[in-house]
Ligand binder design. Sequence first.
Ligand code: 0O2
Length: 221
Amino acid sequence: HPIDQFKKFKYEITRFLMVYKFALDHMEMKIDVLKEEFQSLHDYNPIEHTKSRLKTPESIMNKMFRKNHELTFDSIKNNIKDIAGLRITCSFISDIYRVKDMLCGQSDLVVLEVKDYIQNPKSNGYQSLHLLVDVPVYMSDGEQRACVEIQIRTIAMDFWASLEHKIFYKYNKTVPERLTKELKSAADAAGALDLQMERLHREIQEIKDADIDSSEEELQR
Ligand code: 0O2
């Protein structure tokens, strides 16, 4: 009966997505630990904020149809890697790599892919570091694994990407060249701002460190 079939599908997709939700919760907890530990050890927090999202069944189905894949749970698992998405906004570019190294060093996670759009920005100017990680989830019937897409970026990269997403992203028709050039130049401006802020941060840190050294020397005298 179609109603029974629908109920069965709803039950199965809820259970299927639950694993991704737990994987996302697990990753968020890991980020909270890093944030708190960093704050208390180094009196500094490299993470500005995080945002997570789970793709809706509708958007998963759309992507499957768009990419011409058959609609089975196995196929969804193998073909859609961004069902669970976590975006981490960091203060400085160096923090992005710090956070990446901290995550990649965790033995329960398997890093499936690293896409560095900071070293190699997309032609429209998009910058971010993308990680695909396979996360263990312990359910009542044993261990399952779910993939989480992590995007790590600075505030400037996030500013550009959020607005570009609103203005252009997935606009399938050709955008006039003048506009794509302006978009790229806005991304370059965001990149320059990141470098400037990173330099200021480093220089001030050096001054602070020198201050600490000289007051320690004074104390020893
Ligand atoms: P949304 O609406 O943010 O969820 P995929 O399309 O995921 O199968 P792809 O293109 O190899 O495979 O993945 P990639 O390059 O890692 O990009 C995935 C995500 O990065 C996108 O998810 C966006 O969130 C972001 N992204 C990539 N390129 C751009 C860009 O040019 N501009 C902006 N604003 N974001 C970008 P979705 O699902 O495409 O979109």
